[in-house]
Design a protein around this ligand. Structure first.
Ligand SMILES: [Zn+2]
Length: 456
């Protein structure tokens, strides 16, 4: 007699995923700011397919790769909204001087003598190691040879909004505006549709770019639906000169010449009055606050509370890493952003822990106009997440996750980092950057750079 074989497609069959992060305190930063005490995050390919209570998700999903996050925080990766990563190799070249002296006596000569494509590659690798270690998964950069920055960023598995600099003097890579335009157009074309790299033109500022350069760079960005990265109202002199030369503030001038729009990422925004803030909000410009840099260069304090109140998305950046900060530790900026707002307003309630964690995650993503992709742990977004150890002397006891993140936890507590579904650091071991080689090379560069400037 025949035995009937019934195919068993039982109801217990679980949905296949690629990675499940299970058991941690999941701080989603979603619209309701949901926190799951015993949560899980399910990843398929480069995408988050589920975020929620562990028991619910492990009943539904299984994956070949599991990361046990018990006793740890799980967060969306941090967004470093403004930096110049190859400058890691100039870290500490000369500090405690005025911006003018630093630029003209040290940095411009050092750049002229040392910056080439190879330099940019090693600087980007070093920065990738440092940023991954501090939980940064996306960063916005402005420098030269940005195509090489893009290649190294992709090799490190990081997400980058990478701006090729336009400036009205011969740069280390391009010597004229025509060359800058040609290089950047090729750069934008090459990276169109890349999952990790968003190529962008980066007109440096109104004080280093003519109206024509600003408009040409913006037109190129708009032709390719690319973002525009620019320094805006970052020093008093810029404001004063703009009043003198243009009869209006830097923000009004940028609006008048047609640069401002929902594709602009404006670094600093320190000297922005009420009318400027209204324009920035109307044009949906994203701003990036850089507390370390603003303090180190004594530039001033960005009116972060007023910008937020006006409806402007304000993210956080390290700037630097040379001369204006000296590291790429975004967790330090979270801490400082809160404290700088408090001391400026002489009010400990001015900007709270939750607010600054928002600036490092979802608001940073909004400032970069990437909030549909990144900035929170939500179904459908990119799988960019970090695990932070809570088993450290500075991490216990834990009463409030946001306060712990802002004021107690350190970059060195970041243990594991996943970007675009790929584990790039596991238990503090970097998997995409050859860290010993990068450190050795950075020490070698110090010798040649110092010699080129006649320093010890
Ligand atoms: Zn900058």
């Amino acid at each position: 007699m025949l035995t009937l074989v019934v195919p068993v497609l039982s109801l217990q069959t679980k949905e296949q995923a690629d990675l499940i992060v299970t058991g941690g305190t999941v701080v989603t930063m979603d619209g309701t700011r949901a926190v799951y005490e015993d949560g899980a995050v399910v990843v398929k390919g480069d995408t988050l397919v589920a975020v929620g209570p562990r028991a619910e998700l492990i009943a539904k999903y299984e994956a070949q790769q599991t990361i046990d996050a018990k006793g740890k925080l799980v967060l969306p990766g941090f967004v470093n909204g403004h930096t110049h990563v190859p400058m890691t190799l100039f870290r500490g070249i000369h500090d405690d001087v005025t911006l003018n002296d630093w630029l003209y006596k040290y940095i411009f000569p050092a750049e002229a003598k040392n910056v080439n494509e190879e330099f940019v590659r090693w600087g980007t690798r070093l920065a990738a190691a440092e940023q991954i270690r501090s939980g940064v998964t996306t960063f916005a950069d402005m420098y030269y040879f940005e195509d090489a920055v893009a290649e190294e960023t992709k090799a490190a598995g990081m997400r980058g909004v990478l701006g090729e600099t336009f400036i009205d003097f011969p740069a280390p890579d391009n010597k004229s505006e025509a060359q800058m335009l040609a290089y950047t157009e090729k750069f934008l074309r090459r990276w169109q549709g890349d999952p990790l790299i968003h190529a962008a033109p980066a007109p440096h500022s109104i004080y280093t770019c003519s109206e024509k350069t600003l408009q040409d760079a913006s037109a190129l960005a708009r032709k390719y639906h690319a973002p525009i990265l620019i320094h805006v109202a970052e020093m008093k002199k810029e404001w004063d000169d703009s009043q003198k030369q243009n009869g209006m503030s830097p923000v009004k001038y940028l609006d008048k010449v047609g640069v401002l729009g929902p594709d602009v990422l404006a670094a600093h925004c320190i000297f922005v009055d009420e009318a400027d803030r209204k324009i920035l909000a109307q044009r949906q410009v994203g701003c990036v606050h850089n507390p370390s840099s603003n303090m180190m260069l004594a530039s001033g304090v960005s009116p972060v509370l007023e910008l937020r109140a006006a409806g402007v998305a304000v993210g956080l950046g390290t700037d630097g890493p040379a001369g204006s900060n000296n590291d790429l530790d975004l967790m330090e900026e979270i801490d400082l952003a809160a404290k700088l707002a408090k001391i400026t307003k002489m009010d400990p309630l001015a900007l709270n822990a939750k607010g600054v964690v928002e600036m490092a995650t979802i608001d940073g993503a909004k400032a970069l106009h990437m909030e549909k992709e990144i900035g929170s742990l939500e179904k459908g977004k990119k799988a960019d997440l970090i695990l932070i150890s809570l088993d450290e002397p500075n991490a216990v006891p834990l009463y409030d996750v946001y306060a712990q993140l802002a004021y107690a936890l350190k970059a060195s507590d970041v243990e594991t980092v996943v970007i675009d579904g790929r584990v790039v650091m596991r238990n503090r071991k970097l998997l995409t950057v050859d860290e010993p080689a990068v450190l050795a090379k950075a020490r070698e560069y110090k010798k040649t750079i110092a010699a080129s400037l006649g320093l010890q």
